[in-house]
Design a protein around this ligand. Structure first.
Ligand code: AMP
Length: 583
């Protein structure tokens, strides 16, 4: 497919904020695309080069792209830099600079979607000497053949900054409309409202598409399967050991009574450990892979967990769901998540760090056992499997502490016990529920005594004054709406240390943020949304200042959430919910 067709769709998507119109635009494109090209097309449509669960990143800095733009446009460095400063947007700058090129058509070949993807996918593998030149060349090659508008989109894709409002919801619906729209009798009236002729067909198709996505985390694969194999094909997609699955999420309850009402009695109550989620995969050959909740492979970072799984979990080919908590080696006391978060990203000195900050793995669920999916088994059965196969050893690997009870009083005592042991609270679980990947459906309810913090994306920052002038010291933070659009909720500049050695500091944050700078204006910079921080606050207020319509009063940085991706940050509806509750 010609890249110009995709660029045209990006443009259309940018020109509307209406979700249904976006869905219709995407559905049209999907219908037109040959099945073999769907995988690539859908990823690019999402602004991605690799599926969610693939950790590869283009690893290309804005400066390198600027070089490629200079090479492709023949403009001087000064002009190019000036254009970048003026627009504050490298994509826009590329468009303007390439627009000035003469005789564009004489030299260029027409870009295809495949060519763009092929070049971009070569970027992450390049390291070592000469790699900067080769990367520049790969991008320049694309820009040379691109029209100015196409160049803008290529640049934004490389920067992971392409945001045309294609959220999970609209993509899922578009796949349904494109492939099963006829059966379900879907029609779009005035681009404003859908009518569904056959609800049953629609529900069947929508849940098959969603289910396939939850297991593959790859809309490209889902779109292709839907087009070539239909609903049956989607339903036949199963979990695969070695490919991470979205984890099931919890909803919040304020009281034990409310929690029990949601999950029913008898209910399972478990300690809620304050660590990070680990999905443990073991294949038939004994290979073990560990994934975080954002589907990142962290096997290398936790060699001791791999060893424990080998020695302490019976059976081969399984997938376990667990929480890893850090503890102090001397006292055995549990540590808060923030103290172990550094282990997740660590690339060197891993063994030493594992020695200093050990973790205990608390297994609470099983998604696959003996190579067979357990997702449809009731939780009570899955939990029994966990107990059968995990040979528990404290401070290594255990099945999560639990009771089964119908008594509010008994669960209340268990809650107190959990808090006393240094945990965050308890989870209540529905005994007869299946495991729903990626869903927040009330099969799992969390109870914790403290006010909810928000996990927010840093989207901008400001250089400090005086002795802080070499640090980015104030951070613009954003939540997301249902389509993944980022909406600012305020600025935070407290909660960080000045000195580098004492944990999270201004210097440390500056090191993390500087490579993400997308544009600068005076002291203000905008950054690629990559970093997620946990933010504490005293109150949420309504505010016209920020795009979200809310502002945080007295926000404080609690720490980095390296285990969370941008698509996992707090949602606008959570912010609204907390706002209403505090009243
Ligand atoms: P929250 O992050 O506050 O929404 O709480 C849900 C998270 O608690 C899960 O994603 C897990 O990482 C964590 N967790 C800790 N203990 C448990 C447990 N026993 N069962 C399920 N999740 C747990």
């Amino acid at each position: 497919m010609k890249y110009s067709q995709l660029a045209d769709v990006y443009r259309k998507l940018e020109s509307t904020t209406k979700r249904l119109q976006k869905t219709a635009i995407i559905a049209e494109l999907l219908k037109k695309t040959p099945a073999a090209e769907l995988e690539t097309l859908v990823l690019l449509l999402e602004g991605k080069i690799f599926p969610n669960w693939d950790a590869s990143e283009s690893g290309v800095a804005a400066k390198l792209i600027l070089k490629a733009i200079i090479a492709a446009s023949g403009e001087s460095r000064e002009r190019a830099e000036h254009e970048w400063k003026k627009t504050g947007d490298l994509g826009k700058a590329a468009e303007n600079l390439l627009g000035k090129r003469k005789q564009h058509t004489l030299f260029s070949r027409e870009l295809t979607v495949e060519k763009v993807m092929a070049n971009l996918r070569k970027l992450p593998g390049m390291e070592g000497s000469g790699s900067v030149e080769r990367k520049t060349q790969l991008i320049a090659e694309l820009l040379t053949s691109a029209t100015p508008a196409e160049a803008k989109y290529v640049v934004k894709t490389v920067l992971s900054e392409l945001r045309v409002g294609v959220g999970e919801g609209s993509l899922r619906d578009a796949i349904v409309w494109a492939n099963f729209g006829k059966q379900a009798g879907i029609s779009l009236e005035d681009g404003e409202e859908v009518s569904i002729g056959n609800r049953e067909e629609y529900t069947k198709a929508a849940s098959a598409v969603q289910g396939a996505y939850d297991l593959t985390n790859d809309f490209g694969v889902v779109a292709e399967t839907a087009a070539t194999k239909g609903i049956r094909g989607l339903q036949a997609i199963s979990l695969k050991i070695g490919t991470p699955i979205k984890v099931m999420l919890a909803i919040k309850a304020d009281t034990i009574k409310e929690g029990i009402e949601t999950v029913g009695v008898p209910a399972e109550a478990e300690f809620k450990y304050d660590g990070f989620r680990v999905q443990i995969h073991k294949d038939a050959k004994g290979g073990i892979t560990l994934f975080t909740r954002r589907l990142e492979d962290v096997t290398k970072q936790f060699p001791e967990v791999v060893a424990m799984v080998k020695t302490h979990v019976k059976g081969d080919s399984f997938i376990l769901d667990s929480e890893a908590v850090g503890y102090e080696r001397k006292s055995g006391k549990y540590l808060a998540f923030q103290s172990i978060s550094q282990r997740i990203k660590r690339k060197y000195g891993i063994e030493k760090l594992a020695e200093e900050i050990p973790v205990e793995v608390n297994v609470f669920d099983v998604l696959c056992y003996k190579g067979e999916s357990c997702l449809h088994k009731p939780f009570s059965e899955r939990r029994k499997i966990v107990e059968r196969i995990v040979r528990g050893e404290e401070k290594k690997i255990v099945s999560a502490r639990h009771i089964i009870s119908s008594s509010e009083k008994e669960i209340g005592d268990f809650y107190k016990k959990s808090l006393k042991a240094g945990n965050e609270g308890i989870m209540l679980k529905k005994l007869d529920a299946p495991y729903k990947p990626g869903a927040r459906v009330g099969y799992m309810v969390k109870l914790k005594p403290v006010m909810e913090t928000l996990d927010l994306a840093i989207v901008g920052a400001e250089w400090g004054e005086g002795k802080r002038s070499s640090w980015l010291s104030s951070y613009a933070v954003a939540c997301q709406d249902d389509d993944g659009n980022l909406l600012e909720v305020g600025r935070v500049s407290t909660g960080l240390k000045e000195k580098d050695e004492e944990g999270l500091s201004f210097a440390g944050m500056t090191r993390l943020l500087e490579p993400l700078i997308a544009s600068e204006k005076g002291k203000e910079v905008s950054v690629k949304p990559k970093l997620v921080i946990e933010v504490d606050y005293e109150e949420i207020q309504k505010s016209p200042t920020y795009a979200s319509g809310y502002a945080l009063r007295f926000p404080r940085v609690k720490g980095l959430r390296e285990d969370k991706g941008i698509d996992e940050i707090s949602t606008l509806s959570m912010v609204e919910g907390f706002y209403k509750k505090q009243k």
